[in-house]
Design a protein around this ligand. Sequence first.
Ligand code: ADP
Ligand code: MG
Length: 397
Amino acid sequence: MNVIRFSDLCAQGKARGQRVFIRADMNVPQDESGRITEDTRIRASVPAIRMALDAGAAVMVTSHLGRPKEGEFKPEDSLAPVARRLGELLASAVPLVSNWVDGVTVQPGQLVLLENCRLNQGEKKNDEALARKMAALCDIYVNDAFGTAHRAEGTTYGIAQYAPIACAGPLLAAEIDAITKALANPKRPLAAIVAGSKVSTKLTILESLAEKVDRLIVGGGIANTFMLAAGLPIGQSLAEPDLAGAARSVMEKMRARGAQVPIPGDVVTAKRFAADAPAATKPAEAVEGDDLILDIGPQTAQGLAAQLREAGTIVWNGPVGVFEWDAFAHGTETIARAIAQSSAFSIAGGGDTLAAIAKYGIEKDVGYISTGGGAFLEVLEGKTLPALEILARRAAQ
Ligand code: ADP
Ligand code: MG
């Protein structure tokens, strides 16, 4: 997709003295006292901000945080903790500006953080009047918020329609480049792992991936649905029986292309969904009526790991078992280590997938880790993200 890149504008000196409005995604998890528990998204937003400051721009940056009610400010919705953390990372205090829609004062070389953009009335519905006011604040609009690129809101879409220049920030550009590399022209074999618990949303992804990938590795609730479709017993396991037909059509689509969806041959089960439930490893045919399948078995995991080590490209979304509990973590750990060892270009996304990557410490061995959960899944599904669509349209004007 052809979009204007902020890095190019900066390199050409076009940002000097300009008012630059950056939409970042600094929606970080916080504990009850508001303390930031995980700051990846703030750190990932720093390069765009630095780029703008180094280019001599007057810089405004905003983000959403949580899901506040529009027009009703509550202290817990404030970006104040984000401003503090950003200030630490930049080694310079970052002023936080509220009620900013009608005007912002900021000088070239300076940075201000604009309070939670989801507090503005009309943000969610992409109200035109709000979008036009925000666009009037800047000369250059930079979208660097991949995590929200699947939503057409005021700061992700409307402002891009009306700003004099609308472009992609370095994080957004890196996400597009990595996903294009993985899916548009991949080194083969291309293997995709789609697992986890969101069965119905992810089955639509499988339908689109079935046309592209050489190996579709399923795990978690998705594997259970495929096992059901293959006529295997799954007891009380998480699955979507209504979608067994859809699973069967994915398998047929793959088979017709000479590709495969390996069905687990062995599994790890428990009688209760609990961390301390005793685990049993058994062949898939031996699953009992009151069993819960909570992980793929060791033989299945070994077989999949061997396939991953031979892959040219790997796309990973979703843990293949309840990896949060050690008795059911072996499958996910084996997959994670195989990805780390593989020479394939690998790309991973999804909240829990990132938690698994962190748990096994393989961050450095994954080719690209996406910051987007929902947005990453929609790209895999073959959808065009609204935020990218408008940037491409503006680039073509
Ligand atoms: P992501 O956030 O990476 O997109 P999901 O949210 O779809 O992934 O799924 C992650 C969750 O799925 C994890 O919390 C994991 O415990 C759970 N899970 C994995 N396998 C199973 C299973 N067989 N049964 C129930 N839950 C599972
Ligand atoms: Mg999740």
